[in-house]
Design a protein around this ligand. Sequence first.
Ligand code: SF4
Ligand code: SF4
Length: 90
Amino acid sequence: MKLGLFNSKKKKHISETPGYIDSDPAKCVQCGICSYNCPIGIDVRAHVWDREPMINTQCITCGKCITLCPRGVLQFVATDGLSKDTLWNT
Ligand code: SF4
Ligand code: SF4
């Protein structure tokens, strides 16, 4: 029987775009829609509450939290000179 405790084939999360998600905490109403819909299970709401950008997380920069936030709190910050702001904030 395999317990899978040392499974080296763990699924890796690859970022779709180089960058991270930042926020404007002053606009956040802590509704939790972002956290509920994150496919990776990142507690985006908690990051906003703590005023921490989502750096060094498992975030794949899919942009779902950005598009679903009803308050426009979240934004993509590109680290390669490109920007997906217009794509996700429309
Ligand atoms: S969806 Fe937007 S307003 Fe709601 S908790 Fe997340 S960042 Fe805040
Ligand atoms: S961009 Fe995607 S993976 Fe990253 S925190 Fe938002 S919903 Fe989760």
